[in-house]
Write a new protein. Sequence first.
Length: 272
Amino acid sequence: MLVNRATANGRPAPALRAEGVTSGYGGVPVVRDVSIAVGPGEIVAIIGPNGAGKSTLLKTLVGILRVNSGRVFVGSEDVTNHAPEDLARRGVGYVPQVNDIFEPLSVQENLEMGGYLLPESKLPERVEEVTRVFPALAPMLKRRADKLSGGERKMLAIARVLMLDPAVLILDEPTANLSPKLADSLLRDHVQRLAGLNKAVLLVEQRARAALQVASWTTVLVSGTTRLEGRPGELLDRQDFEELFLGAGTTSPAPTLPSPNGGAEDPEVEKG
């Protein structure tokens, strides 16, 4: 099982894992037989060329798309094809690439919307706790979300999901439309901070090298299947990294790098 493979590589027991998942749109598979895991304190980055099925995989893990075959677990509990609201109650937070904040609302109202499962009396305390994680948001609480910069908007999107204190955070292209400097800052300063809070962070990122700089484990998807997985440093050291990332040679089986111990709802517009 995947959990044994993950722990055998010196990784924590998974907070979220998928085993042999196949899913897609309208009965047409986009991802096929994909297994992946992320544990507390880990950042697992999913990279690959456009159209590889990265975003489709995330939508499947959070219940937006149905699993055609395979299983999804939160901890030891089988949550295959559970509704997104149920997964949120079980500690899975999801930040989509687009439509991730409520633009007409203030920053504070966005955060309160993120805490929709909490008692109303708990919201002020939780807003305070979340703004301690993202202190730059504290002076912006009364500002309308549509007045925020790109980096501030993404920070708010993550903070809004953090309101429910999820054990797992799933982030789809958090650096999309950001400058390289802001993208690096978001990954280095904010995503790494979440892992430091012992969150399990599963990240889809098109900026592959930037993602590898912060990730503790990486999966490369090509044409809907796992082409390669392993520790980022080992992946970067491969002479064929660029070829693999661009999707060449996809017919060979997906290898696993050795451990340090030796050992868009329409598939036509799927971007990730």
